[in-house]
Design a protein around this ligand. Sequence first.
Ligand code: AMP
Ligand code: FES
Ligand code: ZN
Length: 303
Amino acid sequence: MKCRICKREARVSLKSHNTAFCEDCFLAFFGRQVSRAIESQKLFTSDDRILVALSGGKDSLALMLELARQGYAVTGLHLDLGIGQSSRLAREAVENFCQKEHLPLLIKELAREGLAIPRVKEALKRPICSACGSIKRYYFNKVAMDEGFSVLATGHNLDDEVARLFSNTLRWDTCYLGQQSPLLEAEGGFVRKVKPLWRLTEYETANYAFLCNIQTHYAPCPYSAGASFSVLKGLMQRLEHLMPGRKIDFYQGFLKRGRPVFSQLEEKSVTLHPCSHCGYPTSAEDLCQVCRIREQLAQSREP
Ligand code: AMP
Ligand code: FES
Ligand code: ZN
């Protein structure tokens, strides 16, 4: 197969776009998709200071590299979850990548905050994944606010977004449908949050990471009993195979015509106020979710 642009031998074939590219033309295509994703949804501009959450996986590292190549002011943030070998390898991948590409990096160790995930898992009587998610979101936001960043970017891609949309739609969860977006504006102590890879699939970011020689660390979390969205991702994958282009149409259609309707329905449904202990914005009555986790940890230590 030949590259659609320059007719050299193609290295990446993209069925959903009904095309194929050589290495250089694929990297240019990837860059254009990221720019379109940023500009069409007004995610940020070159005046913003952007903190990129780096897990060590292909998506967040690909995002960091592409934003740096496009001249944006990016700094990486890695949360070391303290989950044995799995966290050591993830941290190593992020540190090696930032060193190789000469990109600034901040590391936050949850063990130093008294919140190493295995310790939290031991103390809680509910599944660890939701608590871990709350702790991650808390520190993404806290580090961004404390260090003066205007934007927090994550590596969520089109497949992640479509699986989430599919799941929200199956439950007709109007509250989540009203909030799902590649852009969450800053609000009362929350920094602006963005997902600049929303136009790109997992397959495309994997190809980008491979062609740019990014050494990633991928290992499923030892605590997750199989990613919750994997069934939905599989179904969407089948649909995409039979009807190329459906994923991006579904998601873009939602952003244009679905989300505005749901967000009107849910307007003003949550009021935020500062956590009585740490000051973090929360919709809960008194303590924020992370302070409640800390409380449970303290109780589990009592004899
Ligand atoms: P996941 O929920 O694991 O699919 O991760 C989604 C996004 O969250 C990744 O693309 C990263 O941007 C961010 N992320 C997840 N885990 C970490 C971590 N330990 N440190 C920093 N960012 C993370
Ligand atoms: Fe958080 Fe596994 S429980 S990554
Ligand atoms: Zn708190």
